[in-house]
Design a protein around this ligand. Structure first.
Ligand code: C2E
Ligand code: MG
Ligand code: MG
Ligand code: MG
Length: 280
C-alpha cells in the first residue's frame, strides 16, 4: 500500500546505489521480454453511479508478474515503461485488449484506459485508439481515456490538438488524479473534459478533515458548472461513500465497491444487473 507514495524517493537514500541500479537494469530487461512476449494482463475495477448504484463501467489497470519476484506494482513498472519507450507498444496493446474485452460487455457499460504522456509525443495515441476501436467494433462512446495533469504541463498545443481529435472520434476524456498535482484551473478552460476523477488522497480525508471535504465540494461545484461528471477514486468506507453522495458526487470507484479483478470476473459482473452488483 505504501507503494504509491515514497517509492521513488526512498530509493535515493538507500546505501547500495549500485545494487539499486543493477536491480533496475534487471527489471528493465524483464520488462522488455514481457513486452515482446505480451506477458502483461489487464485487471478491471468497477465504477458505479452513486445515485442509481448501477455499474457504469470498469477502469482497465495493467498487471505484470515478474518471473521470479511475482506481481510488481504498476507504480513501479509504468515509469520504467515510460522511460524505455516500451509504453508505446504496451500502451497500444492495453487499448486493443481493453476495447476487445469491453465489446463483450452489455452496452452501455464502458471501459476506461490510462494513457501516458509519452503516447502523445508523436501522435501514436490517435492511431492506437482508432485501431483499437476498429478492431473491436466497440462504440467510441463506451471508451474513456484517462490522462493526468502531467500531460498538460508539457507540449500543451500538440497535446490539446490530439485531445480534440480523440474527442472527435467520439471517445470520452477524463482528467485523472485531480487534486494530486498542480490542478491548474486553466486546464479546465483550455480543454473540455468529460469527467474529473478526484484523487484518492482527498477521498481518504473526506470524513476526517473539514478542509478536504470543502475542497471536494468545491471541485464538484466547479465541475458541474462546466458540465463534467465527477468520479471519486479510492472509496474504501461506507462513510466516505455517504459523504460523497451527500455532496453530489456522480460516480465512485474503490475497494468498498470492488477491487480490480481479472477479465472473467469483470465480464460476469457486467452481465449481472448493476443494482445487485454493488457489493457493499
Ligand atoms: P490510477 O489510474 O489512478 O488508478 C487507480 C489506482 O488506485 C489503481 O492502482 C487501483 O488499484 C487503486 N485503487 C482503486 N481503488 C482503491 C482504494 O479503494 N484504495 C486504494 N488504496 N487504492 C485503490 P494500480 O492498479 O496500482 O495502478 C496505479 C497507477 O498505475 C494508476 O493509477 C495509473 O496511473 C497507472 N497505470 C495502471 N495501468 C496503466 C496503464 O495501462 N497505462 C498507464 N499509462 N498507466 C497505468
Ligand atoms: Mg486512472
Ligand atoms: Mg486515478
Ligand atoms: Mg491515482
Amino acid at each position: 500500500r505504501a507503494r504509491a507514495e515514497g517509492q521513488g524517493t526512498a530509493r535515493f537514500f538507500e546505501p547500495g546505489m549500485d545494487a539499486a541500479l543493477s536491480a533496475r537494469h534487471a527489471l528493465e530487461g524483464a520488462l522488455r521480454h514481457a513486452a515482446a512476449a505480451e506477458e502483461f494482463q489487464l485487471h478491471y475495477q468497477p465504477v458505479f453511479d452513486i445515485r442509481s448504484r448501477r455499474l457504469l463501467g470498469f477502469e482497465a489497470l495493467l498487471r505484470w508478474s515478474h518471473p521470479e519476484r511475482g506481481p510488481v506494482s504498476p507504480a513501479e513498472f509504468v515509469p520504467l515503461l515510460e522511460e524505455t519507450g516500451l509504453i508505446l507498444p504496451v500502451g497500444a496493446w492495453v487499448l486493443r485488449a481493453a476495447c476487445r474485452e469491453a465489446a463483450r460487455w452489455p452496452a452501455p457499460i464502458g471501459v476506461a484506459v490510462n494513457l501516458s504522456p509519452a503516447q502523445f509525443r508523436r501522435g501514436e495515441v490517435l492511431e492506437a485508439v482508432r485501431a483499437a476501436l476498429a478492431e473491436s467494433g466497440l462504440a467510441p462512446g463506451r471508451l474513456t481515456l484517462e490522462i493526468t495533469e502531467g500531460l498538460l504541463l508539457e507540449h500543451t498545443e500538440t497535446v490539446l490538438e490530439t485531445l480534440e481529435r480523440l474527442h472527435g472520434l467520439g471517445v470520452c476524456i477524463a482528467l485523472d488524479d485531480f487534486g494530486s498535482g498542480y490542478s491548474s484551473l486553466a486546464y479546465l478552460w483550455r480543454f473540455r473534459f468529460d469527467t474529473l476523477k478526484i484523487d484518492r488522497a482527498f477521498v481518504r480525508e473526506v470524513r476526517r478533515d473539514g478542509k478536504a471535504a470543502a475542497i471536494i465540494e468545491s471541485i464538484i461545484g466547479l465541475g458541474h458548472s462546466l458540465h463534467l461528471r465527477i468520479t471519486a477514486e479510492g472509496v474504501e468506507t461506507e462513510e466516505q461513500f455517504a459523504a460523497l453522495s451527500g455532496v453530489g458526487c456522480d460516480e465512485a470507484q474503490g475497494f468498498l465497491l470492488g477491487r480490480p479483478m481479472p477479465a472473467e470476473q469483470a465480464a460476469a459482473l457486467a452481465a449481472e444487473d448493476g443494482v445487485q452488483a454493488r457489493a457493499a
